[in-house]
Design a protein around this ligand. Structure first.
Ligand code: G6P
Length: 465
């Protein structure tokens, strides 16, 4: 502890997350190629300006990233930790994505999963090691009294660990996911449950995307560790970045993709658009089932509507995600062969990640389908109304965090009820154009109420108080 306190760094604002703002790839000629990612934290951090003494601590995630660390090729303001690949795999695939993600999204098929066995305990030890590596790096880099903003479920233990190493720094933790209610959270082994909660409660302040997730956390803290102690809890509903999205959506590459997409949809047809990571919680399979139900219940829509579904690869190291991806593809093919005609492909499914094409689909959307089982916020629900050319109707799961802000002007659905979802799709498709435009405008206004830069600054300021 003394060592870490002596080794004080210069950074005044620090962000810590598993996935950082940049990733590297080694090209065939041996050169390193870097790619910058987007997202709320990236634009938030850039808003505080280059003089703020900001440092982003993240993990090397690929061989390219590890090579970049070895070559010392990192970007200014980013510290990538070269955590051993097997430790990272246990912490990220094993604990974060197979346990914590599943608990908070309530995704387990409980008669079979989870099983907390010796393998789980081994992975848990890696999760601790992984969190400790972050805590040490942050402790070594933070200036006296610095603000440290720790992101998400990968790093739940960091606040507590960092607090021990550096009692002087101010620590925030932000959850980008839902939080599980106590009745579900209690499935975790007692000691692990306490460790997670105490780890988070090492922070001065915890942030959540909606009141619902903040309440769930507070209820867990109350029930399992006797309350929040001195930790404060706040809600910051991350919004869409209107300026960036509108500018980006009017660039030439997006226009090119719009032309291609119009060809795939066909003249005079309506488009029901969805864009997701191929993620179990996004509920893509039930979305396809609901679309099939629509074609059964309302045959008048055949040949007159196309479901544009972009399902981009995610977490493919995990077998359940690979199986889910296969099921999405199988069902899309089945719908196309059963209902399709020579001039009409009912489902246009794309699985290769392409941001410009996503924006093209947003612009063309008549209806946006966002039907997650459970979702921290869901930014697609906020982005489509902002970008769509003619204004779009939004079919939105009441289990998405975004529902708290957008529910009034959306068609609410129970994500498990495919008949109800089909009904909502039909209503959305038949909404009068003037009403659709009006509602879409209100959706866009609500969606951009707290843009990423402000979202980030609000958290930083709240930590000061
Ligand atoms: C969610 C999480 C993020 C994560 C993202 C992509 O939004 O809250 O922390 O980065 O999914 O998932 P991945 O596993 O690819 O980082």
């Amino acid at each position: 502890t003394q060592d870490a306190q002596d080794a004080r760094g210069a950074a005044r604002v620090l962000v810590a997350s598993n996935r950082g703002p940049v990733s590297y790839e080694v090209r065939e000629d041996g050169s390193l190629h870097s790619k910058r990612g987007g997202g709320g934290v990236v634009s938030g951090l850039s808003a505080i300006g280059p003089d703020a003494g900001a440092l982003w601590v993240c993990s090397a995630l690929s061989d390219g990233d590890r090579e970049a660390v070895r070559r010392g090729a990192g970007e200014d303001g980013v510290l990538m930790l070269d955590i051993p690949a097997d430790v990272h795999a246990d912490a990220y695939n094993g604990i974060a994505n197979s346990v914590l993600w599943f608990v908070h999204h309530m995704l387990y098929q409980t008669p079979l999963e989870p099983v907390f066995d010796a393998e789980f305990r081994r992975q848990w030890a890696s999760y601790e090691t992984y969190n400790r590596a972050f805590a040490r790096a942050l402790a070594g880099q933070a200036a006296p009294g610095a603000a440290v903003l720790v992101q998400d479920y990968h790093l739940c233990l960091v606040p507590g660990m960092l607090r021990e190493l550096r009692p002087d720094v101010r620590i925030g933790h932000f959850s980008h996911t839902p939080w599980a209610p106590p009745e579900y959270f209690r499935m975790l082994p007692d000691d692990i449950r306490s460790q997670l909660l105490w780890g988070m409660l090492g922070a001065d302040r915890l942030g959540f995307l909606t009141r619902r997730w903040a309440d769930a956390f507070e209820a867990c803290a109350e029930r399992f560790v006797g309350g929040l102690g001195g930790t404060r809890v706040g809600v910051h509903g991350l919004g869409a970045d209107a300026d960036f999205l509108r500018a980006r959506a009017h660039q030439a590459d997006v226009a090119e993709r719009m032309a291609v997409l119009k060809g795939e949809i066909g003249e005079g047809r309506k488009a029901i658009v969805r864009v997701d990571r191929t993620e179990l919680s996004k509920n893509i399979v039930r979305g396809l089932l609901a679309y099939r139900q629509l074609l059964d219940d309302h045959p008048e829509w055949r040949e007159r509507v196309v479901h544009v579904a972009f399902a981009y690869p995610s977490r493919q190291d995990l077998a359940v995600y690979r199986d889910y991806t296969a099921e999405v593809q199988r069902l899309a093919t089945e719908i196309n062969s059963r209902y399709g005609t020579p001039g009409w492909t009912p489902v246009v499914l794309h699985v290769k990640d392409d941001f410009a094409r996503s924006l093209a689909a947003y612009r063309l959307a008549d209806v946006a389908l966002v039907n997650p089982i459970r979702d921290g916020m869901n930014l697609v629900a906020k982005e489509v109304p902002v970008v769509s050319d003619e204004g779009c109707a939004l079919v939105l799961s009441r289990e998405a965090g975004a529902f708290e802000e957008l529910g009034e002007d959306a068609f609410a659905v129970n994500p498990y009820d495919v008949i109800d979802t089909a009904r909502a799709l039909h209503e959305a498709l038949t909404m009068r154009p003037e009403e659709r435009a009006e509602r879409s405008k209100r959706l866009a206004a609500a969606a951009t109420a707290l843009p990423p830069a402000q979202w980030f600054l609000d958290q930083l300021h709240a930590l000061d108080r």
